[in-house]
Design a binder for this molecule. Structure first.
Ligand SMILES: [Ca+2]
Ligand SMILES: [Ca+2]
Length: 472
């Protein structure tokens, strides 16, 4: 009786679904397949709660059925033999020993998984559902064999809404310990106002080695996450997005490392300008973080929009450098064999406003001695200059261009006598610009020398960072 009732209900559901589907046909194109007459009796959260020991293999021995909507598949090749599904309680990675899954399991398709006989485990805290196998004598979680997929998975309706959960860095736990039970793991999330830390290069490895690549993204501060991309993704060789904005991704963890997996480049919606919005009263700011850098010779000359980077003597230019994940401008006359090394780094024109107008920046002076410690002092000078009549074009040292020397108002890095570089930057302190109005240019002028021999050398290196002009 009970069985008959169930059967009748199933038939009724099918008929109803069929009727609904044919009605929809006239409105929607294409119509979605109907859901099967299966009812999920377990949520993804409850299923995941079975697995409490990282690295264990928990075989499911009861008739648990979960249901979820496909939020990511193998269409772009960034995922391989796996799907991510999601219900209201969380996301989950499903391992299938089959390819071209996206044909049967497009994003938005609801699927039902009869879990009895499957196993749940995790790869360094990202949980996944598959089958427990013994590989090379050791237990392992493998994909559901292709010929058994239909026993466990029933595909249902298409075109279900797939809406990412908008989260913040804090929602992901910041830099703290991850929780294997975090419902966001395996789910489609959206983070806003992010950008690639280095907005050049490709999403993944284009060499024959096909290494998976981690690229850092940040939200204009130190809140950094990883975008992890397979070299087999069909967008592996695409240049990364150069702007700033929202990113959609499947959230995964590897231990306490948080990593995002995009489904395609359309998940990276960095449509705003790369530079971060300036706080009120900030008239100009440059931290060089968007600049291309190399870590070995040849270094990349500073080439920022509106800036001038010019050698008045010798031919040494300011270059963009990186140390300890921070980028800055760097200049040294060492090795030029020139008796005068004068190189200018000039900001774009800045329109002053406000009543309390201030310039700040940071410096490091390196290699102040010929050998450290105990060598001969070889300090080059760094001058900080301001002009109201430079026009932003032509040589800043041209006749008629008036520069006022503000160096005496600034605190500059003294350098270190015990190592090549001091341990950190020196803040310039507030340099008043209240004597100026209209459009100004600020110049950093390196004044060094490296003629033959060492007697007249002035070869220390100067690094400049976080040039800021405020008007409050
Ligand atoms: Ca910097
Ligand atoms: Ca010399």
């Amino acid at each position: 009786m009970n069985k008959l009732f169930k059967l009748l209900t199933a038939v009724l559901v099918l008929v109803t679904a069929g009727t609904f589907s044919s009605c929809k046909k006239t409105f929607d194109n294409p119509p979605g397949a109907a859901d099967p007459a299966i009812v999920a009796n377990t949520s993804i959260r409850t299923l995941k709660a079975m697995h409490t020991t990282s690295g264990a293999y928990d075989v499911i021995t009861t008739d648990m059925i979960i249901s979820g909507v496909v939020v990511a598949n193998d269409k772009s090749g960034n995922l391989y033999k796996q799907l991510f599904i999601q219900d209201e309680t969380g996301g989950l990675q499903i391992m299938l020993d089959a390819t071209n899954l996206y044909g049967t399991y497009p994003v938005g398709r609801r699927i039902f998984i009869k879990c009895n006989g499957l196993a749940i485990s995790d790869y360094n805290k990202t949980m996944m559902l598959g089958v427990r196998a013994i590989v090379a004598g050791a237990p392992s979680l493998e994909g559901i064999p292709a010929n058994l997929i239909s026993r466990y998975i029933v595909a249902g309706s298409l075109n279900n809404p797939v809406v990412p959960t908008v989260v913040t860095y804090a929602d992901l736990g910041g830099t703290g310990t991850t929780s294997m039970q975090d419902p966001l793991i395996g789910a489609l999330i959206q983070l806003d106002d992010y950008r690639f830390a280095i907005p050049t290069g490709t999403y993944s490895d284009t060499s024959a080695y096909k290494s998976t690549v981690n690229r850092d993204i940040n939200n204009c501060g130190s809140q950094t996450l990883i975008v992890r991309t397979s070299a087999y993704a069909n967008f592996a060789g695409y240049p990364v997005a150069t702007g700033r904005g929202s990113i959609l991704a499947i959230y995964t963890v590897f231990g306490n490392t948080r990593q995002l997996i995009i489904r395609d480049t359309s998940d990276v919606r960095f449509t705003n300008p790369y530079n971060c919005p300036l706080p009120p009263g900030t008239l100009f700011y440059e931290d060089f973080e968007g600049h291309t850098v190399t870590t070995t010779f040849p270094y990349v000359p500073v080439t920022l929009a509106g800036w001038k980077n010019l050698a008045e003597n010798a031919s040494e230019l300011w270059t963009a450098r990186i140390f300890s994940n921070n980028k800055y401008a760097y200049m040294s006359g060492f090795g030029t064999n020139q008796s005068t090394v004068t190189s200018w780094l000039v900001t774009p024109g800045v329109v002053l406003s406000g009543t309390n107008k201030t310039l700040t920046f940071k410096t490091i002076q390196g290699f102040i001695l010929t050998s450290t410690p105990g060598g001969t002092p070889v300090q080059a000078a760094l001058k900080v200059l301001v002009s109201t009549n430079y026009t932003g074009t032509g040589n800043p040292w041209a006749a008629g261009v008036v520069w006022t020397d503000l160096t005496s108002q600034a605190v500059l890095s003294p350098g270190s006598t015990t190592s090549s570089f001091p341990s950190g930057f020196t803040n310039s302190g507030n340099i008043s610009l209240n004597a100026y109005s209209g459009t100004i240019y600020v110049a950093f002028r390196y004044e060094g020398a490296d003629p033959a021999g060492t007697g007249s050398d002035k070869t220390s290196a100067w690094e400049v960072d976080e040039v800021k002009i405020t008007g409050l």
